[in-house]
Design a binder for this molecule. Structure first.
Ligand code: TMP
Ligand code: ASP
Length: 253
Protein backbone atom coordinates (compact mmCIF):
# COMPACT_ATOMS: atom_id res chain seq x y z
CA UNK A 1 0.00 0.00 0.00
CA UNK A 2 1.44 3.36 -1.00
CA UNK A 3 1.58 5.68 1.96
CA UNK A 4 0.89 9.36 1.58
CA UNK A 5 2.83 12.32 2.84
CA UNK A 6 4.28 12.43 6.31
CA UNK A 7 2.04 14.33 8.70
CA UNK A 8 3.81 13.86 12.05
CA UNK A 9 7.09 12.54 13.36
CA UNK A 10 7.29 11.59 17.03
CA UNK A 11 10.12 10.07 19.04
CA UNK A 12 9.28 6.45 18.25
CA UNK A 13 6.80 6.62 15.37
CA UNK A 14 5.98 8.45 12.15
CA UNK A 15 2.46 9.02 10.84
CA UNK A 16 1.74 9.19 7.10
CA UNK A 17 -1.49 9.88 5.29
CA UNK A 18 -3.36 6.66 4.59
CA UNK A 19 -5.22 5.49 1.48
CA UNK A 20 -8.33 7.44 2.51
CA UNK A 21 -8.99 10.50 4.70
CA UNK A 22 -10.06 8.46 7.75
CA UNK A 23 -6.86 6.44 7.91
CA UNK A 24 -3.17 6.87 8.62
CA UNK A 25 -0.13 4.67 8.24
CA UNK A 26 1.80 4.36 11.52
CA UNK A 27 5.51 3.56 11.09
CA UNK A 28 7.45 2.20 14.09
CA UNK A 29 11.01 3.51 14.29
CA UNK A 30 13.93 1.73 15.95
CA UNK A 31 14.70 4.85 17.99
CA UNK A 32 14.52 4.58 21.76
CA UNK A 33 14.34 7.75 23.83
CA UNK A 34 14.00 8.45 27.52
CA UNK A 35 13.86 11.44 29.85
CA UNK A 36 12.16 13.55 27.20
CA UNK A 37 14.64 12.48 24.53
CA UNK A 38 17.74 13.48 26.50
CA UNK A 39 18.83 9.83 26.10
CA UNK A 40 18.58 8.38 22.60
CA UNK A 41 19.70 5.23 20.84
CA UNK A 42 18.75 3.26 17.78
CA UNK A 43 17.87 -0.29 18.84
CA UNK A 44 17.80 -2.66 15.85
CA UNK A 45 14.58 -4.70 15.78
CA UNK A 46 12.60 -2.51 18.23
CA UNK A 47 10.27 -1.02 15.61
CA UNK A 48 9.27 -4.40 14.19
CA UNK A 49 8.74 -5.86 17.68
CA UNK A 50 6.55 -2.95 18.81
CA UNK A 51 4.56 -3.07 15.58
CA UNK A 52 3.74 -6.73 16.24
CA UNK A 53 3.15 -6.31 19.97
CA UNK A 54 0.90 -3.29 19.53
CA UNK A 55 -1.08 -5.20 16.89
CA UNK A 56 -1.44 -8.11 19.32
CA UNK A 57 -2.67 -5.97 22.24
CA UNK A 58 -5.00 -3.79 20.15
CA UNK A 59 -6.56 -6.86 18.50
CA UNK A 60 -7.07 -8.43 21.91
CA UNK A 61 -8.78 -5.28 23.17
CA UNK A 62 -11.09 -5.19 20.15
CA UNK A 63 -12.00 -8.84 20.77
CA UNK A 64 -13.32 -7.90 24.22
CA UNK A 65 -15.23 -4.90 22.88
CA UNK A 66 -12.78 -2.06 23.54
CA UNK A 67 -12.46 -0.02 20.34
CA UNK A 68 -8.97 0.92 19.13
CA UNK A 69 -7.44 2.72 16.16
CA UNK A 70 -5.90 -0.48 14.77
CA UNK A 71 -7.12 -1.62 11.34
CA UNK A 72 -4.42 -3.96 10.03
CA UNK A 73 -0.70 -4.51 9.97
CA UNK A 74 0.78 -3.65 6.59
CA UNK A 75 4.34 -4.95 6.93
CA UNK A 76 7.10 -5.36 9.50
CA UNK A 77 7.15 -1.72 10.50
CA UNK A 78 3.82 -0.26 9.47
CA UNK A 79 0.19 -0.58 10.41
CA UNK A 80 -2.95 1.01 9.03
CA UNK A 81 -4.83 2.90 11.72
CA UNK A 82 -7.89 5.11 12.04
CA UNK A 83 -7.22 8.82 12.06
CA UNK A 84 -8.28 10.20 15.43
CA UNK A 85 -8.38 13.54 17.15
CA UNK A 86 -5.93 12.70 19.91
CA UNK A 87 -6.76 13.87 23.46
CA UNK A 88 -3.55 15.53 24.73
CA UNK A 89 -3.23 13.29 27.79
CA UNK A 90 -1.07 10.36 28.77
CA UNK A 91 -3.45 8.08 30.65
CA UNK A 92 -1.40 6.08 33.14
CA UNK A 93 -2.61 3.10 35.16
CA UNK A 94 -0.49 1.77 38.02
CA UNK A 95 -0.86 -1.53 39.87
CA UNK A 96 2.51 -1.53 41.61
CA UNK A 97 4.64 1.45 42.66
CA UNK A 98 7.53 2.19 40.26
CA UNK A 99 9.01 5.10 38.37
CA UNK A 100 7.63 8.56 39.00
CA UNK A 101 5.08 7.61 41.69
CA UNK A 102 7.84 5.98 43.73
CA UNK A 103 9.96 9.11 43.43
CA UNK A 104 7.11 11.50 44.12
CA UNK A 105 5.76 9.69 47.17
CA UNK A 106 8.93 8.01 48.41
CA UNK A 107 7.40 4.57 47.89
CA UNK A 108 9.65 1.58 47.42
CA UNK A 109 9.52 0.26 43.85
CA UNK A 110 7.55 -2.98 43.84
CA UNK A 111 5.08 -2.02 46.59
CA UNK A 112 1.60 -3.23 45.69
CA UNK A 113 -0.81 -0.29 45.41
CA UNK A 114 -4.12 -0.57 47.31
CA UNK A 115 -6.01 -0.55 43.99
CA UNK A 116 -5.24 0.36 40.38
CA UNK A 117 -4.55 4.10 40.23
CA UNK A 118 -5.36 6.11 37.10
CA UNK A 119 -3.48 9.37 36.59
CA UNK A 120 -3.04 11.86 33.78
CA UNK A 121 -0.11 13.74 32.31
CA UNK A 122 -0.60 16.65 29.95
CA UNK A 123 1.16 15.80 26.66
CA UNK A 124 3.64 18.62 26.20
CA UNK A 125 7.30 17.79 25.67
CA UNK A 126 8.45 21.34 26.42
CA UNK A 127 6.84 21.07 29.87
CA UNK A 128 8.01 17.45 30.37
CA UNK A 129 4.47 16.00 30.29
CA UNK A 130 3.42 17.26 33.75
CA UNK A 131 1.04 15.28 35.96
CA UNK A 132 -2.33 17.07 36.00
CA UNK A 133 -5.45 16.69 38.16
CA UNK A 134 -8.82 15.97 36.54
CA UNK A 135 -9.88 19.49 37.51
CA UNK A 136 -7.34 20.96 35.05
CA UNK A 137 -8.46 18.61 32.27
CA UNK A 138 -12.10 19.65 32.35
CA UNK A 139 -11.41 23.31 33.22
CA UNK A 140 -8.99 23.77 30.30
CA UNK A 141 -11.24 21.78 27.98
CA UNK A 142 -8.75 19.03 27.11
CA UNK A 143 -11.58 16.56 27.75
CA UNK A 144 -15.08 16.94 29.17
CA UNK A 145 -16.04 15.43 32.52
CA UNK A 146 -18.15 12.89 30.66
CA UNK A 147 -15.18 11.93 28.47
CA UNK A 148 -12.95 11.69 31.53
CA UNK A 149 -15.31 9.23 33.16
CA UNK A 150 -15.24 7.14 30.01
CA UNK A 151 -11.45 7.39 29.74
CA UNK A 152 -11.06 6.08 33.31
CA UNK A 153 -13.44 3.23 32.53
CA UNK A 154 -11.54 2.33 29.32
CA UNK A 155 -8.18 2.56 31.13
CA UNK A 156 -9.32 0.17 33.88
CA UNK A 157 -10.70 -2.31 31.34
CA UNK A 158 -7.41 -2.16 29.42
CA UNK A 159 -5.64 -2.78 32.73
CA UNK A 160 -7.74 -5.87 33.44
CA UNK A 161 -7.12 -7.23 29.96
CA UNK A 162 -3.38 -6.54 29.83
CA UNK A 163 -2.81 -7.76 33.41
CA UNK A 164 -4.49 -11.07 32.56
CA UNK A 165 -2.63 -11.56 29.29
CA UNK A 166 0.68 -10.84 31.00
CA UNK A 167 -0.03 -12.98 34.06
CA UNK A 168 -0.68 -15.93 31.75
CA UNK A 169 2.91 -15.70 30.47
CA UNK A 170 4.54 -15.09 33.86
CA UNK A 171 4.78 -11.30 33.63
CA UNK A 172 3.50 -8.73 36.13
CA UNK A 173 1.94 -5.61 34.61
CA UNK A 174 3.34 -2.92 36.91
CA UNK A 175 1.96 0.09 35.03
CA UNK A 176 1.27 1.37 31.52
CA UNK A 177 0.34 4.42 29.51
CA UNK A 178 -2.31 4.70 26.82
CA UNK A 179 -3.57 7.52 24.66
CA UNK A 180 -7.17 8.06 23.69
CA UNK A 181 -8.56 9.59 20.50
CA UNK A 182 -11.94 10.83 19.36
CA UNK A 183 -13.57 9.54 16.18
CA UNK A 184 -16.84 10.57 14.60
CA UNK A 185 -19.19 7.70 13.75
CA UNK A 186 -22.36 8.95 12.09
CA UNK A 187 -23.91 11.47 14.44
CA UNK A 188 -21.84 10.30 17.39
CA UNK A 189 -18.40 10.94 18.77
CA UNK A 190 -16.65 7.96 20.26
CA UNK A 191 -13.46 7.44 22.27
CA UNK A 192 -11.01 4.79 21.12
CA UNK A 193 -7.58 3.57 22.23
CA UNK A 194 -4.89 5.07 19.97
CA UNK A 195 -1.08 5.46 19.71
CA UNK A 196 0.54 2.14 20.72
CA UNK A 197 0.65 -0.45 23.46
CA UNK A 198 4.10 -1.97 23.69
CA UNK A 199 6.95 -2.50 26.17
CA UNK A 200 7.87 1.14 25.41
CA UNK A 201 4.74 2.24 27.24
CA UNK A 202 4.43 -0.42 29.98
CA UNK A 203 6.43 -1.69 32.91
CA UNK A 204 6.65 -5.47 32.73
CA UNK A 205 8.42 -7.57 35.37
CA UNK A 206 9.04 -11.29 35.27
CA UNK A 207 6.88 -12.69 38.07
CA UNK A 208 9.50 -15.15 39.36
CA UNK A 209 12.74 -13.21 38.99
CA UNK A 210 11.57 -9.58 38.89
CA UNK A 211 13.61 -9.10 35.70
CA UNK A 212 12.54 -5.98 33.81
CA UNK A 213 11.24 -6.64 30.29
CA UNK A 214 10.34 -3.07 29.27
CA UNK A 215 11.87 0.30 28.39
CA UNK A 216 13.38 0.65 31.88
CA UNK A 217 16.09 -1.71 30.52
CA UNK A 218 17.11 1.20 28.28
CA UNK A 219 16.28 4.05 30.69
CA UNK A 220 18.39 2.47 33.44
CA UNK A 221 21.06 0.72 31.33
CA UNK A 222 20.08 -2.75 32.53
CA UNK A 223 20.97 -4.72 29.39
CA UNK A 224 19.83 -5.29 25.84
CA UNK A 225 16.42 -3.73 25.14
CA UNK A 226 15.70 -5.75 22.00
CA UNK A 227 16.39 -8.99 23.90
CA UNK A 228 13.86 -7.95 26.58
CA UNK A 229 11.17 -7.10 24.00
CA UNK A 230 11.92 -10.30 22.09
CA UNK A 231 11.32 -12.27 25.29
CA UNK A 232 7.91 -10.59 25.76
CA UNK A 233 6.99 -11.31 22.12
CA UNK A 234 8.22 -14.91 22.41
CA UNK A 235 6.15 -15.59 25.51
CA UNK A 236 3.06 -14.09 23.89
CA UNK A 237 3.65 -16.12 20.71
CA UNK A 238 3.93 -13.05 18.49
CA UNK A 239 7.55 -13.20 17.42
CA UNK A 240 7.82 -11.89 13.86
CA UNK A 241 9.41 -14.56 11.72
CA UNK A 242 11.85 -12.21 10.01
CA UNK A 243 12.67 -9.55 12.58
CA UNK A 244 16.24 -8.41 12.00
CA UNK A 245 18.55 -9.83 14.65
CA UNK A 246 19.15 -7.12 17.25
CA UNK A 247 22.51 -5.61 16.46
CA UNK A 248 24.78 -3.42 18.50
CA UNK A 249 22.91 -0.25 19.56
CA UNK A 250 24.00 2.77 17.52
CA UNK A 251 24.31 6.15 19.21
CA UNK A 252 22.16 8.79 17.53
CA UNK A 253 23.86 11.71 19.17
P1 TMP B 1 6.36 6.98 35.05
O1 TMP B 1 6.48 6.12 36.25
O2 TMP B 1 7.67 7.46 34.52
O3 TMP B 1 5.39 8.12 35.27
O4 TMP B 1 5.73 6.09 33.88
C1 TMP B 1 4.50 5.43 34.05
C2 TMP B 1 4.22 4.55 32.84
O5 TMP B 1 4.03 5.33 31.68
C3 TMP B 1 5.34 3.57 32.51
O6 TMP B 1 4.74 2.34 32.13
C4 TMP B 1 6.04 4.17 31.33
C5 TMP B 1 4.96 4.96 30.66
N1 TMP B 1 5.46 6.18 30.05
C6 TMP B 1 5.29 6.38 28.70
O7 TMP B 1 4.74 5.54 27.99
N2 TMP B 1 5.74 7.55 28.15
C7 TMP B 1 6.35 8.51 28.88
O8 TMP B 1 6.72 9.54 28.32
C8 TMP B 1 6.53 8.28 30.29
C9 TMP B 1 7.22 9.30 31.14
C10 TMP B 1 6.06 7.10 30.82
N1 ASP C 1 8.99 8.68 25.94
C1 ASP C 1 9.64 9.67 26.73
C2 ASP C 1 10.90 10.17 26.05
O1 ASP C 1 11.38 10.00 25.19
C3 ASP C 1 9.93 9.31 28.13
C4 ASP C 1 10.12 7.88 28.54
O2 ASP C 1 9.54 6.98 28.00
O3 ASP C 1 10.87 7.68 29.49
O4 ASP C 1 11.65 10.85 26.32
Amino acid sequence: MARGKMIYEGKAKILYEGPDPDTLVQYFKDDATAFNAQKMEVIGGKGALNNRLSEFFMQGLMQIGIPTHFIKRLNMREQLIRRVDIIPLEVIVRNVAAGSISKRLGMEEGSQLPRPIVEFSYKDDALGDPLVPEEYISAFGWASQHELDEIVSIALRVNDFLSGVMLAVGIKLVDFKIEIGRVIEGDFQRLIVADEISPDSCRLWDIKTGEKLDKDVFRRDLGNLADAYTEVARRLGVLPSNTPKPGKPTLVN
